[in-house]
Design a protein around this ligand. Structure first.
Ligand SMILES: Cc1ncc(COP(=O)(O)O)c(C=O)c1O
Length: 413
């Protein structure tokens, strides 16, 4: 390995949301292992750190233009990694992905309009719609061997909404899917395409996890289907790929001129025309030189996923859990989606939220409770795997010791 994914970086004093927003223990100094929010504990690629240091060294941080080579760099990235022929002129600069999605909701839909959501899903999608006064219609994914879109249920909801004279105007789409780790297949996208055309809705495709696709899978999104080009906007950025959540910068891709000019207007109306000076330096370095680092990161995530799976298998055996705790295959993202029904039952917890709270408060390991992702998330936990192995191991061992001899999680404290 050419890069360092082992060093533990103490993030205390950096105002880290992941490390600071945990229930504080009764004993000061008692740590909690944070395996929750999607933020990595790995240093960003050395090229990014160097580029930032270099830019900070110049003591003036004034208004900053986006250099034309930024979108050329992105265009080359998408061509090289995905075989996509997205041209520099197809890109728009946006602040964060959520910020872009929220602007798109306001630009392309009206207050009171209906927006489709496919839970369990990245929970801020609900806020994006509701805080803008839009109504969410949920069509839960179905849990088969893997999590899948339920096209029949989707059609029912779409047809009913149309009948009511209040048709669905847009879909908030997570591709690859957070939290289930799915990479959508061409066949699935074709079926989605049929519905989008028949019921005439837009697709806001959040592809922030696209670069984090594991070997054996190929990321595809709605914009890979030419028939969907006139109704799809893609929202993505370097934030998840290179661990730059504190340096927001993202891009919107629209192949359709009309969609793009409307989105451009929305960005201008929010006075977003120039990038943050440090975000730009980081993103440029990441996309130009970060690829070898990303390849190693993907291998590290895969190894950590295998480690988690082995750990869960052992616990299933040791504790004789019924049903066995199961972790979904990780097609993409660094987030493992685990059905912990067996642990919730054995420990007599009310639900996943109760269990996650216990783990955080008493077990000193914070893992995201599945219910926050809405329907389908019940009885699940979402583990963040993007952390040095020692820390992952420490977090998992805390589950084991909190569980006691046979996973009954004797309630203490
Ligand atoms: C699916 C998805 N979209 C968007 C975001 C947030 O992106 P940003 O910080 O650029 O708004 C996340 C972060 O976890 C995410 O998982």
């Amino acid at each position: 390995m050419a890069y360092d994914f082992k060093t533990f970086h103490d993030r205390s004093g950096t105002y880290s949301l992941k490390w600071d927003n945990v229930i504080k223990g009764e004993n000061p100094g008692e740590d909690t292992v944070p395996l929750w929010v999607a933020d990595m504990d790995f240093a960003s690629p050395p090229s990014v750190v160097e580029a930032l240091a270099h830019r900070v060294d110049h003591p003036i941080y004034g208004y900053t233009n986006l250099p034309p080579m930024y979108f050329e760099t992105l265009s080359a990235w998408y061509s090289r990694r995905y075989g996509r022929s997205w041209k520099p002129q197809h890109f728009l600069l946006a602040p964060s992905v959520l910020h872009g999605l929220s602007m798109a909701v306001r630009a392309f839909t009206q207050p009171g309009d209906r927006i489709l959501n496919l839970p369990p899903v990245y929970y801020p999608f609900y806020k994006v719609a509701r805080l803008n006064g839009r109504e969410i219609l949920d069509v839960p994914l179905s849990k088969n061997d893997r999590w899948e879109m339920d096209f029949a249920a989707m059609e029912k909801v779409l047809a009913k909404a149309l009948d009511e004279g209040r048709p669905v105007k847009a879909l908030l789409f997570s591709a690859p899917h957070n939290p289930t780790g799915r990479v959508w297949t061409h066949q699935e996208l074709l079926e989605l395409c049929t519905l989008a055309k028949k019921y005439d809705f837009l697709i806001f495709s959040d592809e922030i996890h696209a670069d984090l696709v594991q070997r054996g899978h190929r990321h595809l999104g709605p914009l890979d289907l030419p028939e969907l080009a006139d109704r799809t906007l893609v929202f993505a950025g370097p934030n998840k790929t290179f661990n730059l959540a504190g340096l927001p910068i993202s891009h919107v891709v629209a192949l359709d001129d009309g969609l793009r000019s409307k989105m451009k207007q929305a960005l201008e109306a929010d006075f977003y025309e120039q990038p943050n000076v440090l975000s730009l330096s980081a993103a440029l370095a990441a996309y130009r030189e970060g690829e070898p680092w990303l390849e190693e990161l993907l291998a590290v995530i895969n190894d950590n996923k295998n480690f988690l799976d082995q750990f869960l298998e052992q616990l299933n055996r040791e504790w004789g859990l019924d049903p066995a705790v199961t972790s979904q295959p990780l097609e993409a993202t660094y987030l493992a989606w685990v059905d912990v029904t067996g642990m919730i039952r054995r420990g007599n917890f009310t639900d996943d939220t109760d269990f996650a709270f216990f783990l955080e408060k008493t077990g000193k390991v914070k893992i995201t409770a599945g219910s926050i992702f809405s329907t389908g998330g019940q009885n699940h936990l979402r583990f963040n795997l993007a952390t040095p192995r020692v820390l992952l191991e420490k977090g998992l061992e805390r589950i084991r010791s909190a569980g006691g001899k046979n996973g009954e999680f004797y309630r203490r404290g």
